[in-house]
Design a protein around this ligand. Structure first.
Ligand code: DKA
Length: 178
């Protein structure tokens, strides 16, 4: 893996990434207040904390939980499909850093081989990741609300990233920046 450290690779091709983002998508719920079937207020919250609330009625106002995942997730997915990130893997004293930078969002994953670490993904999920190296492959196992595996295969000219979640596979090709 040493040969590829400090090299920058930019996204050149992407397949099925939208389906992958859907598969790992964060649920968003809104608590909506209705009066005579007219919506008079809404507050959107991330995760499934509101899911237990169900329907509630007080003083002619009824509160309902509405699933907004498809609208909020859509914006994130749109950005994810639009940007062409650059990835760079570096190493210092056994600690690796994988930087993903783009015009929309930057993310940094710092890890030691085989040790679980906390990660906030570019699309905002909080997961626990364990990374291992097998030859020229960096294998990342993410555990969270939705589990996922990301394999990055390095060659001098490109990195092939294969992302898998819930049986959905996305392949993204990053080319060496010259
Ligand atoms: C990959 O390594 C997947 C992660 C790319 C993140 C792009 C930004 C997503 C913004 C929602 O190719």
């Amino acid at each position: 893996m040493e040969a590829f450290l400090g090299k920058k690779y930019k996204l050149a091709a992407s397949e099925n990434f939208d389906e992958y983002m859907k598969a790992v998508g964060i649920p968003y719920y809104g608590i909506c207040a209705f009066s005579n079937f007219v919506r008079v207020g809404v507050t959107i919250s991330r995760g499934n904390v509101c899911a237990a609330l169900g329907g509630l009625k007080t003083n002619g106002i009824s509160l309902r939980v509405v699933d907004y995942s498809s609208c909020v997730g859509l914006m994130t997915r749109k950005m994810g499909n639009t940007v062409s990130p650059v990835i760079e893997l570096t190493e210092n004293g056994g600690e690796y850093t994988l930087k993903t930078t783009s015009t929309f969002k930057n993310s940094v994953l710092t890890f030691k081989i085989g040790e679980e670490c906390e990660e906030e993904t570019a699309d905002g999920r909080k997961v626990k990741s364990t990374c291992t190296i097998d030859g020229n492959k960096l294998i990342q196992v993410q555990k969270g609300d939705k589990d996922s595996t990301i394999i990055r295969e390095f060659t001098p000219e490109q990195v092939t990233t294969t992302l898998t979640a819930d049986g959905v596979v996305s392949t993204r090709i990053y080319k060496l920046e010259k």
